[in-house]
Design a protein around this ligand. Sequence first.
Ligand code: FES
Length: 202
Amino acid sequence: MTEKKNPCACACAAGHDPSRRSMMAGALALAALAPLAGSRDASAQEGGARSTKPEPGDKLAFMMGDRKDKEITPADLVVGGEPTLAYPMDPATGKVLSSRANLLTVVRLKPEAIGEKSKPNAAEGVVAFSAMCTHYGCPITTLHPTGTQIVCNCHGSVFDAANRGVVTTGPATRRLAMLPLEIKDGAIVVAGKFDGPLGPPQ
Ligand code: FES
């Protein structure tokens, strides 16, 4: 088996001139990667009462910023706003499930803009995807000018947030996994498992 080559020398380790955006995306990628081992250990110490992956009923928490680890409400997300990076949060304990595999990119779209196949996974226009780009794993952080697509700034892959995260512009070739959401008692909650594989093909 031949190993996939990664030609870039910038922070995301992937093959382009390191612009400010891509440098920021690379830093975010490293930040998302760091907690992976710690979150597994913590879960094991707690007796493994739950999976370290998102589970139905989990809420969403901000990954960073002034409200880091605080719950994201529908009012926090506006149509046309930049994607919000988030982690699932156990509602019983308040524990944020911070790991690279759990990092989400969340956007709010006009409900009427969401395709039929994505509608069952959307909650009042809010949709969530794995934030790990399926090219080389950088986080998806930017809204495309179309307002319904989201962009990985490392190499410009574009994914359709209104249509199951399918690739509209490469170099990525695999769609983003979508995490089903619903609104319960006014809160955004996880409604199921990721609907596909996470990150780059192995
Ligand atoms: S990591 Fe290359 S386009 Fe996202």
